[in-house]
Design a protein around this ligand. Structure first.
Ligand SMILES: [Zn+2]
Ligand SMILES: [Zn+2]
Length: 56
């Protein structure tokens, strides 16, 4: 099974019911994963593919 890590804090989100997966809004190539905490705190993330930075 693939290990899913939050893009911002690198926490394992396998058991995080509130985590979200979404494609990078800029390049659409990379699947970004955010945990519940980072969503709540609007923690900044960076796409590893195109270096797009965003809170959403
Ligand atoms: Zn996180
Ligand atoms: Zn991207």
């Amino acid at each position: 099974m693939e290990t899913k890590l939050c893009i911002s804090c690198k926490k394992n989100v396998t058991n995080d019911q509130g985590c979200v997966n979404f494609k990078c809004p800029n390049c659409g190539k990379y699947e970004l994963i955010r945990c519940t905490v980072c969503r709540k705190n609007a923690t900044q993330y960076t796409c590893p593919s195109c270096e797009f930075k965003g809170p959403n």
